[in-house]
Design a binder for this molecule. Structure first.
Ligand code: ZN
Length: 278
């Protein structure tokens, strides 16, 4: 079995690649912890100034793993975010809240706050949990074929766990994205300021690495401070507190689904979600 995350050094850039292309890089816990290892390695390597997060194959990420043979939601991993306890011995909302606090909200926040700039390099699908991975990066470079969506309202859930939608999309477009579940393309993402650059698919890697190399010329401590400055201001604009509140609503939805249908995802698996998206 190949590694679920690849790590390569390209000069001052650490290229971190999600590597489950057969499953459109669906994020299972194994991938979550491999990503965390890769980011930690990049932070600890003094030769690395900038991190690029990529997805192998035709798609950046189809989101959380809700149905591949490698789904490992019931597996215990040594926790890193540790905002809650291990989920595997628990039941009901206690179990779900614990797991999602760790692997989704906790880990995404942890990655957003790493002290080196990160650039997401996005092609194809960047959907639901995939959006979370792109959003925690400081910059996003999109190929012309990139598309974005958060369709989880089809499961009765008001958006993915890392609820940055109003800040990343603006409140008006965030409502449309959530209420319709529809995809939007790289052009629209650029127009609303969610992505920094659109480049031809064939030039995605060279253009992204060139941008990362330019950033890498800046003083590392200055970069870390600038990153922290923007993150702090974003939090002053309500990002962190808003997300805390919405995480509770997200879990009301999971619990409601489990209560009325015995399934926290309202009976929708990955195939049904894909069919619904057309
Ligand atoms: Zn959830």
């Amino acid at each position: 079995m190949s590694e679920v995350v690849r790590y390569e050094r390209r000069g001052p850039v650490a290229l971190v690649t999600m590597n489950r292309p057969r499953y459109r890089n669906a994020q299972n816990s194994a991938m979550t912890y491999a990503l965390d290892d890769a980011f930690t390695r990049a932070v600890d390597d003094d030769e690395v100034a900038v991190i690029v997060l990529a997805g192998a194959g035709d798609h950046f990420s189809a989101g959380h793993d809700i149905g591949t043979p490698g789904r490992d939601a019931d597996t215990s991993f040594p926790r890193r975010a540790v905002t809650w306890w291990d989920h595997t011995s628990r039941t009901g909302a206690d179990r779900r809240y614990a797991r999602e606090s760790e692997v989704y909200l906790g880990m995404c926040r942890r990655w957003r706050d790493i002290p080196k700039p990160a650039v997401a390099m996005v092609q194809g699908a960047c959907v639901a949990g995939g959006l979370m991975l792109a959003w925690v990066c400081d910059l996003i470079v999109a190929a012309e074929d990139a598309f974005f969506a958060d369709p989880v309202l089809r499961m009765g859930i008001p958006g993915v766990e890392y609820f940055a939608h109003p800040w990343m999309l603006g409140p008006r477009f965030a409502r449309e994205v959530l209420f319709t579940g529809d995809r939007f393309g790289a052009r629209r993402a650029y127009e609303i300021g969610m992505v920094n650059r659109i480049v031809p698919r064939a030039a995605l890697e060279t253009e992204t690495l060139a941008l990362a190399a330019r950033i890498a010329e800046m003083p590392p401590f200055g970069l870390a401070l600038a990153k922290r400055a923007v993150n702090q201001c974003e939090d002053q604009m309500g990002l962190r507190a808003g997300m805390d509140g919405v995480f509770g609503l997200h879990h009301v939805a999971h619990s409601h689904n489990a209560e009325v249908s015995a399934d926290p995802l309202a009976g929708l698996d990955a195939k049904a979600m894909k069919r619904a998206a057309g």
